[in-house]
Design a protein around this ligand. Structure first.
Ligand code: FES
Length: 576
């Protein structure tokens, strides 16, 4: 304990700030007692010395959070508790402990994270995650806690769980700052998804009999088509318990592909993401995770129910016939060969949907690897983004972005399981690329930065800042992709570019689509291993970001505040 004040210091005011171990502590006179708390409001750092004490309640004047002045505990939960310090009075002297009463531990942060998720309070979620990462909890352990919360507290897979999966997938390519932001935003989105929703009601697997995976698959297809949620969930749980992941994948992707390009491709990626989180958590949460995607599968709407793929050309018929042909010729024990795919790209960019599916079927018949076909389709989808003209309606961006994200999801589903059911996705993705062709008229030139700009990136140690600053102005459709390509040509690695694009995405108030396309760039970009295709992929994703930035960046600002509070920084210098 150290002496920090005298009782006589409180004759004209109930407040006095003192420095203890480099922290500013607020001493509060409350009747005959003196209390001590951190002077920074735990909500957003406003100096509590500018607040009010009345009836033992300390009120922060900024957003009016109220706290018990002695313990520091908040009555208004959005603000979090204030660290409080033990005080002793020795005659005239006021003595204070130099460490808070409760030093936050890992258990404390885990509990706070749970409370933050339950109450959907961003600052508590962010501070808890930052505290856990500082305490060297692995991101997977934190992700598991968030995923457990999500699987208990909502019925349906949503964008929060998707963001969580993307954060796990991208983790190794992101720098510390970007990773933290991604995890914070994913957790907050899971909390928002769960807020005011009924908790999940568990169903059970079928019992007493060993079922054949094919039979379960047939049943599942039927339940999905007739939108029978309970039947689908019990069948899925049985498949999960009794057979392999490959059968589970075929069952889910088979049912999804029975809807054409289901829900603009979202459903396939959501199912993919469930597999990805499940794999990262080594199957520990399978029974909790997979049921969340059942409503997605049974409520899916396909293009066969709409007019865009029916008229003026009946793409649905072309697709269904092609799927029958694929099934008739598919070999499960395929020995893939190094088939030439050089003509596929022009065909994908062409005007003949029948030629597109025929080309893909012929390639598969000649043992081309479906992953190579998927890579080609995803590349053309990225090209559509890179050549999206400024004259289009901003809402039109959704179409090519959905296609890229879907094409990437098809690639990943085949990578996990190169089966017939996964390969059907190639046809859906290729026809979606075809559908987007009008969104490239007129097609702008791909970025080709000057040598001077490339050199500027070569010489710029703080090149990420330079790149991101381009997005501070609206209308950087041309400038941002050009700068991103210049950075790449200057020798910045693909993971560094991905980190910069992810950082640019996460600081904005975007929904999950933008991060999904950055993830697609990360996966697809590395497949081309330095070839010419990498630049258009970077340019496509960069152009999409630039079309929508800047936003108010509110969430990002809150994460920065949480970080600074956790680091013990003073947010308002004038306070002391
Ligand atoms: S209530 Fe204190 S900063 Fe918001």
């Amino acid at each position: 304990m150290q002496q920090v004040a005298l009782l006589s210091d409180f004759t004209s005011s109930n407040f006095k700030t003192v420095k203890v171990a480099n922290h500013t502590i607020l001493l509060i006179k409350n009747g005959d007692a003196i209390h001590a708390v951190d002077n920074r409001c735990p909500h957003m750092g406003f100096p509590l010395s500018k607040g009010t004490i009345k009836d033992g309640i300390l009120t922060c004047h900024w957003h009016h959070a109220r706290f018990d002045a002695q313990s520091g505990c908040a009555f208004d939960l959005f603000a979090d508790d204030i660290p409080s310090y033990q005080v002793e009075i020795d005659g005239e002297k006021v003595l204070v402990e130099d460490t808070p009463r409760k030093k936050p531990t890992t258990d404390y942060y885990q509990k706070r994270l749970e409370q933050g998720l339950e109450q959907n309070i961003s600052i508590i979620i962010y501070k808890s995650i930052i505290g856990l990462l500082q305490a060297e909890k692995s991101h997977l352990e934190i992700a598991k806690q968030i995923a457990k919360f999500g699987s208990r507290n909502h019925e349906t897979w949503s964008d929060g769980m998707t963001m969580l999966a993307m954060t796990i997938n991208l983790w190794d390519q992101l720098k510390e700052n970007t990773r933290t932001r991604a995890l914070c935003k994913a957790a907050k989105q899971v909390a928002s998804n769960c807020e005011n929703r009924p908790a999940r009601r568990e169903r059970q697997a079928l019992e007493n009999v060993d079922f054949q995976p094919e039979r379960l698959g047939e049943w599942f297809k039927q339940w999905a088509l007739t939108r029978h949620r309970n039947g689908a969930e019990r069948t899925l749980l049985t498949q999960l318990e009794q057979t392999s992941n490959g059968n589970l994948s075929d069952m889910l992707f088979g049912a999804l592909h029975n809807r054409v390009y289901s829900s603009s491709g979202h459903d396939l990626d959501f199912v993919n993401k469930a597999f990805e989180i499940d794999a990262s958590l080594e199957g520990e949460m399978s029974k909790n995770l997979f049921p969340l995607i059942i409503p997605t599968v049974v409520n899916a709407r396909g293009e066969e129910e709409k007019s865009g793929w029916r008229s003026p050309m009946d793409l649905v018929s072309i697709l269904r016939t092609a799927e029958e042909q694929l099934e008739a010729t598919w070999k499960d024990d395929n020995q893939y060969s190094d088939t030439d795919l050089s003509e596929l790209r022009a065909c994908l960019l062409g005007e003949d949907p029948q030629a597109i599916v025929d080309d893909i079927l012929e390639l598969l018949r000649s043992n081309a690897h479906p992953l190579k076909i998927a890579r080609e389709i995803a590349y053309v989808a990225a090209l559509r983004l890179a050549q999206f003209p400024e004259g289009n309606d901003i809402a039109d961006w959704f179409a090519p972005v959905h296609t890229l994200n879907f094409a990437n999801a098809v690639y990943k589903s085949i990578l996990r399981n190169d089966s017939l059911q996964s390969a059907r996705g190639l046809l859906h993705a290729a026809l979606s690329v075809f559908q987007d062709r009008f969104l490239n008229i007129p097609a702008p030139k791909l970025p080709d930065p000057s040598e001077e700009l490339v050199q500027a990136y070569r010489n710029e140690p703080n090149w990420e800042r330079k790149l991101l600053d381009t997005l501070n102005e609206k209308g950087s459709w041309r400038a941002f992709p050009e700068q991103a390509v210049a950075a790449y040509r200057a020798g910045k690695s693909l993971p560094d570019l991905i980190d910069a694009l992810a950082a640019a995405t996460l600081r904005e108030d975007f929904d999950f689509h933008k991060l999904q396309s950055v993830e697609a760039a990360a996966v697809q970009g590395q497949l081309w291993d330095g070839a010419n295709e990498v630049e258009p992929i970077i340019a496509g994703v960069a152009r999409h970001l630039a079309a929508h930035a800047p936003t108010p960046r509110g969430q990002s600002n809150m994460i920065d505040i949480a970080k600074r509070l956790q680091r013990g920084e003073k947010l308002y210098e004038e306070a002391s």
